[in-house]
Design a binder for this molecule. Sequence first.
Ligand code: HEM
Length: 295
Amino acid sequence: MLDILETVFKNMTSSKLDRIITFSLAMLTLIVFTGASVRLTQSGLGCEDWPGCSEESIIPEWELHGWTEFGNRILSALVGVAALWAAYACKLRQPFDQRIVRLAWWIVAGVAFQAILGAVTVFTELHPITVSAHFLISMVLITACVYLKELNKPSNNQDNIGKDPTVLAGLLGLGMIFGTLVTGTGPNSGDARSDRLDFDIESIARVHSLSNWLFVAFLAVLLYRHSCNKPVRQQLVALGTLSIAQGAIGYLQYELGVPPGIVLLHVIGATLLWLGVSFFHARNAQIWQSYMSRD
Ligand code: HEM
């Protein structure tokens, strides 16, 4: 069996591996969107058991909520297969790099952990803290996969602009954490039976939007500070544009009473922004650059 796999995977050049890692990254991103769709269609407890849908049957009955939730479980299995495929391909990369293999297996472990957390989410009837952790760990996995892509590049001729990208990612991370607390307090729980957090919705939404404006303000500072560096400037302009659009969607959904369609757009925007900041960090942060240049 291993021989067959090695034949399929032979001549694992860095560009061939890049395509496999990109596929895994696309799957890790897609599952966030479908996971949010499960919540926003109130299908979070469409299956009340795990790994089977109910105590009586592995698969759901012909009913929309059940299949929406179960479909997401099937997709999560594919996310696992994609991560395993990438890890095995990393092992065969020529030239071999232990750091790449190690990171790829950490991603596999993270996906396995998410499967367990998915079960805990079902058994706690979508407790907002487990839902929030599920989302935030997905963000960590996306970042890890971006790093994997960058580590796999044959040459590293990126910029090192010091600690700024790390501070930027930290600020966005904080805004995202507050975002999940707004979600945990608001009405889009995924099922009417779920607990809600005890925050005042107006206050927590205000803290969330303020922390994101702090991120946008720091982005503007970086744009000024690195205006002479064309590639860095271009990346910052793209991130700034996405952030403004994301902020506008945020206000719109708040004013309209968080309608599911716009909330889904907000989740997609947040995930893409995080993906962008992860690339920005992997390409420009001092901490990551010094790790990459280590043998
Ligand atoms: C850079 C800007 C922003 C980012 C990256 C961001 C990110 C997020 C994230 C990650 C969530 C949680 C999604 C989830 O748990 O599924 C969220 C929820 C939310 N955000 Fe933002 N946000 C931004 C700006 C804003 C602004 C300006 C507002 C205006 C008040 C806002 C209002 C909300 C609301 C109301 C929710 C809860 C939606 C729900 O019911 O699920 N956001 N945001």
